[in-house]
Design a binder for this molecule. Structure first.
Ligand SMILES: Cc1ncc(COP(=O)(O)O)c(C=O)c1O
Length: 380
């Protein structure tokens, strides 16, 4: 048996999405900026996709900017907002467990002279509302907090966070990448100023995403060139991929509730299967404020690299955390922020599931871990 359980890193593209994209590649290939009918035909698909994305996320079409993915969306949102508002203050806030496409931007801004507060998280990976409240000053221009963490699956309390930020002058950016298809992501209701998503995490293609930007939000765009995306993101729009993103988003939302039930069952089944086999482990993260698709576990008996290699040999494909740090020995910054035990990150593995997975596959993973555990017990 072969089991891919690394869906938080990326997902396969759904067949309906491929079909929609192929149709654009072969038939509606125009440049949406061309004014002849082939160009106008492509523009129609671009406009339609923008409308779908806006509707699915409760935003306006004019608030949707297509990008090359969440790394670009995060960079554009954070730098763009900060540079456009720096006359109002130099203070910005984020959490210690953000994706590197957020954290590294904050670190760069810190080098440029901005004053950064990195919020702590508790052992479940939750930020403290009190610490956020205390950190906000009249000088704070931006707060960036992710919706769902990509390594541990912890869900931040968006409504509460939004309420705290709303009482300040700061703008609110949300990396919603891992929430799509798992939670309701409601741009207007959460009162978000800027939000990032990427298609390849929910059954769409890689290399395409969106930045949602609330109407009237000042943002300094750095990419110069053509006037695409109403002068906000220069470069010919990747229409086939954008059509794929819109279709994938529609499907992710349409089947969200059913998929969630299945994913939560898989997660529980996995934990029970490990317990039944008496494998020692601890959960990294929260049992309650979590999505069903990510489970991060601490296995005290083995280091993560050995575990990943042995699981790979058993045809089980998982990772140590965010794909950007996989393969390197740098311990996860997320687990380092959550636990004082430095060793924990070196012994933790992220499993991430999708709706097509079966209980049989889950049990196979547990069985293979059991074999590894026994081998290690004997060797020690
Ligand atoms: C939470 C989060 N933010 C941002 C990204 C970056 O997305 P992309 O691969 O589209 O650049 C990822 C993907 O690894 C992610 O999980």
């Amino acid at each position: 048996m072969e089991v891919y359980a690394d869906y938080a890193a990326t997902t396969p593209v759904k067949q309906q999405v491929i079909d929609k994209m192929m149709n654009i590649y072969s038939t509606h290939y125009g440049n949406p900026s061309s004014i002849h009918s082939i160009g106008r035909d492509a523009r129609k698909y671009l406009d339609e996709s923008r409308h779908i994305v806006a509707k699915e996320l409760n935003a306006k079409s004019s608030e949707v900017i297509f990008t090359s993915g969440a790394t670009e969306s995060n960079n554009t949102a954070i730098k763009g907002i900060v540079y456009a508002h720096q006359h109002k203050g130099k203070h910005i806030i984020t959490s210690k467990i953000e994706h590197h496409s957020v954290l590294h931007v904050f670190e760069q801004l810190e080098k440029e002279g901005f004053d950064v507060t990195y919020l702590d998280v508790d052992e479940e990976g939750l930020v403290s509302l009190k610490q956020l409240q205390n950190a906000l000053t009249d000088e704070t221009i931006l707060v960036s907090i992710m919706f769902v963490n990509n390594e541990i699956g912890t869900v931040q309390p968006m409504y509460d966070i939004e309420e705290v930020i709303n009482n300040s002058n700061a703008l609110f950016h949300v990396d919603a990448v891992q929430a799509i298809g798992h939670l309701e992501v409601n741009f207007h209701e959460f009162n978000i100023d800027a939000m990032s998503i990427t298609a390849h995490k929910f059954g769409g293609p890689k290399g395409v995403g969106a930045l949602l930007l609330k109407e009237g939000t000042a943002l300094k765009f750095s990419q110069l060139g053509g006037e695409q995306e109403t002068k906000r993101r220069a470069g010919t729009e990747n229409v086939p991929q954008i059509v794929g993103l819109a279709e994938a988003l529609k499907l992710a939302n349409q089947y969200r509730d059913d998929n969630n039930v299945h994913l939560m069952n898989l997660k529980n089944q996995f934990l029970v299967s490990l317990q039944e086999r008496s494998i020692p482990f601890e959960l990294n993260g929260s049992m309650t404020d979590t999505t069903g698709h990510i489970v991060n576990l601490y296995f005290p008996f083995i280091d993560v690299e050995t575990m990943l290699t042995l699981l790979d040999l058993s045809n089980v494909y998982v990772s140590s955390g965010s794909a950007c740090t996989a393969g390197s020995t740098t311990p996860s910054h997320v687990l380092a922020a959550m636990y004082s035990n430095e060793d924990r990150a070196q012994h933790s593995v992220r499993f991430s599931f999708n709706e097509a997975m079966t209980e049989q596959e889950i049990k196979y993973i547990a069985t293979e871990i059991h074999k590894i555990y026994h081998k290690f017990k004997e060797e020690v």
